[in-house]
Ligand binder design. Structure first.
Ligand SMILES: *Cc1c(COP(=O)(O)O)cnc(C)c1O
Length: 357
């Protein structure tokens, strides 16, 4: 039986995508060949890459607006490094918002590279909220933020207004909610949270931002080189790109980001309502910053954990334990998680209340 998969990443993808991807492993496009054994320069794969790049921009509403989409390797963590290499000018400075473990990982790489200002941090409170009312230096080369903090279950609801280019790590909420994506100059996302399997990262960058650092950039780190090579500077991770394309096609057929956003809102409202109603549980993140993708919550009395854990496992739920730095539970409700799975979890939480009392 298929599990209700709440894993934070790698994570659930649409069943239809699993089926099409496995078909392509056996016989890609009826070519008599597996997608795993053809050249990345073959006509069939070049078409996959082109469509994936175009569709990513289309879903974000960024076609013909000066942006380029790339599918790169090294995970979101590699972009922590590529970003300063491409955007931090000689004698310039970068600015970062420290809203979680991944944000702080990005800051570490920037600091190793050049002057880096942290505009605000919620580290002291174990990242249970998004810092607000900070100032972004007007002379910064860019401002970096993390739209959704996967580990702590917080999500930026309104972006700061700034004249500085905005760079955003959207690894765990890409394609999940409608934003004015043209307010961002660079968006990146490791595929394995909401877009595809591990092994590929989507980078969407405004081309006019590039080529201005006054420094030499190692080729593999240079976004301009990847753009020039149409995202095939070296062998791309063909299967991860193809599976990401299938997921984007699934989303497009569903009605795109605005359609999935409605479903995501319904799922999040259902679960948070139960967390708030049920006297056995409490949410871990500040209410106004709660993530619609990763809901973090705790049992008020940890001695009920054994009973609760047994119950949700028996209900066919998988991947619910929280990250080790937060504890408790984390329900990751990515695009592909059906509403029914959330109902199953809510029912188990209600059942626990009845069992305990
Ligand atoms: C998972 C995650 C990362 C790290 O991704 P890798 O692909 O493993 O490098 C970075 N940022 C966020 C927000 C994440 O959720």
């Amino acid at each position: 039986m298929k599990k209700h998969n709440y894993s934070a990443g790698p994570c659930i993808l649409p069943q239809e995508v699993f089926e099409k991807a496995s078909q392509a492993v056996l016989n890609f496009n009826n070519s008599g060949l597996s997608i795993l054994e053809i050249s990345h320069r073959s006509k069939d794969f070049v078409a996959v890459m082109e469509e994936a790049r175009t569709l990513a921009l289309e879903l974000l509403g960024l076609e013909n607006k000066g942006y380029q989409a790339l599918f790169l390797q090294g995970g979101a963590s590699m972009e922590f490094l590529r970003i300063p290499f491409n955007l931090l000018k000689e004698n310039g400075k970068a600015s970062y918002l420290d809203s979680g473990t991944w944000a702080s990982g990005a800051i570490k790489e920037a600091k190793a590279f050049g002057e880096t200002v942290v505009v605000a941090s919620s580290k002291e409170e174990n990242y249970n909220h998004i810092p607000k009312n900070f100032e972004i230096p007007t002379d910064a080369d860019y401002f970096h933020c993390t739209s959704n903090n996967t580990i702590f279950g917080t999500q930026i609801k309104s972006l700061p207004e700034t004249n500085v280019p905005v760079v955003c790590d959207m690894s765990s909420d890409i394609f999940s909610r409608q934003l004015d994506f043209s307010k961002f100059d660079l968006i990146y996302a490791g595929a394995q949270k909401n877009m595809g399997p591990a092994g590929v990262t989507l980078v969407v960058v405004k081309e006019e931002l590039l080529g201005k650092t006054g420094r030499a950039i190692p080729s593999i780190l240079d976004y301009e080189k990847h753009i020039k090579a149409e995202s095939m500077y070296n062998t791309p991770p063909v299967f991860a790109v193809y599976t990401s394309l299938l997921t984007m096609q699934w989303l497009k057929n569903l009605g795109g980001i605005s359609a999935i956003e409605k479903i995501n809102n319904t799922k999040a409202e259902l679960l948070y309502a139960e967390i708030d109603r049920n006297p056995l549980f409490k949410g871990s993140a500040s209410i106004e910053d709660r993530s619609n993708m990763n809901a973090t919550f705790l049992l008020n009395d940890a001695s009920h954990a054994e009973t609760f854990d047994k119950m949700w496992k028996e209900a066919g739920i998988s991947g619910l334990p929280g990250h080790r730095s937060v504890g408790g539970y984390r329900a990751s409700m990515y695009n592909a998680l059906p509403l029914e799975s959330v109902q199953v979890l809510v029912d188990v939480m209600k059942e626990l209340e009845v069992t305990i009392s």
